[in-house]
Design a protein. Sequence first.
Length: 102
Amino acid sequence: MDNNQIQLSGTEILEKDFKTAMRGYHQAEVDEFLDVIIQDYETYQKEINRLSEENERLKRQSGTQAKSRAAASNHQVNYDLLKRLSNLEKAVFGKKFADTES
C-alpha cells in the first residue's frame, strides 16, 4: 500500500466537523463510528511501519548472506584450482616431483 494513496489521517478524521441538519445523523453515533475508524487507521499505519522495517531488515540480512555465500564459494573454487594444479604437476612432472615436494 502506497502512502500517497492515503487521503486522510487519523487526526483529519478526528477533527472533521459535519454540519447538522434537521433530519441529520445522530452526532454521538457518528463520533463513535469515527473513533473506530481512527483506531483502525492507527493500527494499519503501525502495521505498515512494522512491515516496512522488517522488509528493510530482511533486505540487509539477505545481502549479508549473499556476500557470505559468495566468499565461501570463492574459497571452494580456490581449493579446487589448487587441487587441479597439484594433479597437473603430478601428471606433467611425474611421481618423482610429487615425492620431493612432500
